[in-house]
Design a binder for this molecule. Sequence first.
Ligand SMILES: [Zn+2]
Length: 163
Amino acid sequence: MICEMCGKDVPATRTVIVEGSRLNVCPGCARFGEDYKASTASGAPLTQSVIEERLERRERRMRSKDIYAGTSSIEIVDDYGGVVRAAREAKGMDLEQFASLIQEKKGTISKVESNSLVPDDKLIKKIEKALGIKLTETVQSGAVVGSGGNGNKMTLANFIKKS
Ligand SMILES: [Zn+2]
């Protein structure tokens, strides 16, 4: 295979992002670019790309949090809409039933479930109570604390970084 950066003929190339464009390069040139996440291009299982996407979003958020080192805040979880929808469907309620249960407009719930409306604290509490779920997490200077499962997330993150 020909390296698209230096033109050398090598047994295998790696796909990296160099200044926004995707290049297949030799291992020597790969260090000039950023690893291209091949999940969408190579037809990897959907779950894999979803996990990577979430990890990336989490990492981005952690990085932005690093600026405010030492602070902690309660944040709504990624894909809160998906969490709400899954929990509602698990209880066998349609949008209308759920909306009337917590005395909200159907349109409001629909927007929340499509992640296009971030519920305020009051609504979060209502939804959490009605569905028995948790929609928030505490983010503290780059680390996610609370609500268990933290070890799992770290293992996954490390796994993705290594691969
Ligand atoms: Zn090269």
